[in-house]
Design a binder for this molecule. Sequence first.
Ligand SMILES: Cc1cc2nc3c(=O)[nH]c(=O)nc-3n(C[C@H](O)[C@H](O)[C@H](O)COP(=O)(O)OP(=O)(O)OC[C@H]3O[C@@H](n4cnc5c(N)ncnc54)[C@H](O)[C@@H]3O)c2cc1C
Length: 424
Amino acid sequence: MNAEHSLYRATANELPDFPELNDSLDVDVTIIGGGLTGISAALELAEQGYSVVLLEAEQPGWGASGRSGGQIIVGAGENGAALQRQLGPQLAKQVFDTSVVGIQWMRQRIQQHQIQCDFQAGQMEAAIRPSHMAHLQHSAEQLDRFGYPVQLLDAADTASKTGSTAFAGSLFDPNGGHLHPLNYTLGLTQAAQHAGAQIFGHSRVTAIQYGSRVVVKTATAEVRSRWLVIAANAYLDQLVPELGKQAIPVGSYICSTEPVPESVLPANCAVFDTRNLFNYFRKDAAGRMIWGGRVGLTNKPPVNLKTKLHRRMAAVYPQLKETPFTREWGGFVSVTRHRTPSIGKLTVNGKPQGNVLYAHGYSGHGMVMAAVGGVTLAQAIRGQAEQLDVLSKIPCAPLPNNGVLHNVGLAAAMLYFSVRDALG
Ligand SMILES: Cc1cc2nc3c(=O)[nH]c(=O)nc-3n(C[C@H](O)[C@H](O)[C@H](O)COP(=O)(O)OP(=O)(O)OC[C@H]3O[C@@H](n4cnc5c(N)ncnc54)[C@H](O)[C@@H]3O)c2cc1C
């Protein structure tokens, strides 16, 4: 299910058509993928005088970055408590801090480049059952220890922000928020282009030749460079099998309404709930409800998507029972086993490729972390590898990412999580 019919395309500031690359080029850095990872790396490098070519198979913003729920969520794929369990206190804090800096980077770039993307502060995780409040309380304490205070709200305060009595309470982050993801991505793309990056659309990379000068090939051209950044995330396919083993693409789907009454989500914050297969929702600048979630056991386009997501929206907002969804779209999230990103230097057939860097597997938290990934890789190329040293310590266990095994594994995981969600 692609982005053609998304609300974001219908409300984009403009939809530029970047041309196909038809020449052979020789540059400092080649970047594969025109989402937030690739674009933020391109912007940071071009500003520092590096010659940069970004090759995008479709158009910048075509992938997850231009279709997402637009929620700006602190953390690196897991919340404070789970991150700490997985990484230990010191690394968890260092990784978490990169996401805080990532939000600052995003806000600063929006201001600096005057990107019209409707940024709105305020984001919450809402508990669907009283028993889930202990988890939120634990997360709040952990975030406090990280020096990142959030507000633990009871049911009444949550209802006054959401306009719904469906929640037992919530964790509210005034520093998080939401935005128009396509306009944000395209705004950064324009900034990268102004800084000197050469950006090409309709230019799918079909082969990579590794070496001290890397060569990437498209159907009509090739680019040689000192450095290669792989930023194709869930759309990588089989181009780099080594990365395909680290993360699997998982479909996520969104529907939107026409403007809803003010009383629905009056605080205008972004919300996701405490289900394993969570609902996520927010209003856009015109007051349309944007409702997302995971539907179905496999990655096949879901049948009756609108009906299924509508049932979930009406359970939270009964007053929207008669408000139809007018648009639907979806895309792929790249999910790692532990739901934390994988960022580092590539090894191919056991041989480290020191000049090939990658960042992916943001597991649904990429609106902030993809930019962190891109900026981190750009810094490393510029000789400042401190942040890459931190992020590349995140362990990444392999996953079955080929045909049958992937589908069976995904269906089993989805079934398991739906049963757990149903049981509470
Ligand atoms: C429906 C949905 C909702 C989401 N909601 C949220 C949210 O609310 N908050 C949040 O934090 N995260 C969310 N995410 C996740 C977030 O959008 C992603 O993690 C993030 O955008 C990833 O950025 P990226 O640049 O790494 O990848 P993408 O934006 O996917 O970009 C990768 C690009 O690489 C290109 N590409 C692939 N292969 C090639 C090739 N061979 N040659 C050239 N180009 C290639 C693709 O065409 C694509 O444009 C959501 C994702 C989806 C799909």
